[in-house]
Design a protein around this ligand. Structure first.
Ligand code: FPP
Length: 251
């Protein structure tokens, strides 16, 4: 088995990671360090997001997943939640046309069941309007938690078994991912977390099995193209083995 290479390693190698995922952390601390309200940090965070989407597309990244609101973020004070929902509304209303014009396809992952109808409509609209676009795919993790996603996938698989669409003995690692929220999107090659925290916080736990993790001290509102390029350069220096012994570099 020593020379066995995980199937993912058989993917063609790219100059840049095909899929970059980002935990956009540090908005609150950015604001606090400047004596500003946390909401200002989130507003500046949206500007950083615009810069990053643009840069990722220009650099040739195919999929960019962003952790924009976690299933656990509901425990924040109501005014901050309203602020974040307001920013999402603004982002979709103000930026969707530009994303669409730039051939960006928007996808949403996360639990939709308990979202307010107007938010749900906006998310649906973003997906529907950009469905045929062929450039960067922007995956917005909204009301997202990875454990919750895995349980949703298990339930979908159980239903498929009950309906006779999947045989019980087909319950295997290779067959599970197609029940996740976005089964057609490849696993992230690189996950970046800003703000110096070094954990995944319930983000893409299934998909990150072989992702390279890069933690940068920058608070999210200060993240820019240079920071993305620096992370990609570090990724290129990593040796990806996918559990095998054959070195697969990130580049
Ligand atoms: C983490 O900072 C960031 C978030 C919880 C939300 C990220 C949201 C945005 C960048 C703007 C919203 C964009 C969309 C599309 C909805 P934090 O508040 O946890 O910072 P802290 O750890 O310093 O307190």
């Amino acid at each position: 088995m020593a020379d066995t290479v995980h199937p993912a390693a058989a993917q063609p190698s790219f100059q840049v990671p095909q899929h970059v995922a980002i935990i956009m952390d540090g908005n609150g601390r950015w604001a606090q360090a400047r004596g500003l309200p946390r909401g200002e940090g989130h507003r500046r965070g949206v500007e950083a997001l615009r810069r990053t989407v643009r840069a990722a597309g220009e650099l040739g990244v195919r999929f960019l997943t962003i952790f924009s609101f976690s299933a656990e973020n509901w425990s924040r004070p109501a005014p901050e939640i309203n602020d974040l929902m307001g920013l999402l509304r603004l982002f979709v209303r103000n930026d969707l046309a530009e994303l669409h014009a730039n051939n960006v396809r928007v996808r949403i992952i996360g639990e939709r069941g308990d979202l307010k109808p107007d938010i749900l409509r906006l998310l649906d609209e973003a997906e529907k309007r950009t469905k045929a676009n062929t450039g960067l795919t922007l995956v917005v993790a909204f009301n997202y938690g990875a454990r919750q996603e895995i349980v949703r996938a298990a339930l979908r698989m159980a239903k498929a078994i009950a309906d006779g669409e999947v045989q019980f003995d087909a319950v295997k690692v290779e067959n599970f991912a197609r029940f996740l929220d976005a089964p057609d999107i490849p696993d992230p090659d690189l996950i970046i977390r800003t703000s110096g925290e070094q954990r995944l916080s319930n983000f893409l736990l299934w998909q990150s099995a072989y992702s390279e993790l890069i933690f940068v001290p920058t608070y999210w509102p200060d993240f820019d193209r240079a920071a993305l390029e620096a992370a990609i350069n570090e990724y290129r220096r990593r040796e990806r083995r996918f559990g095998g012994v054959v070195a697969k570099t990130g580049s």
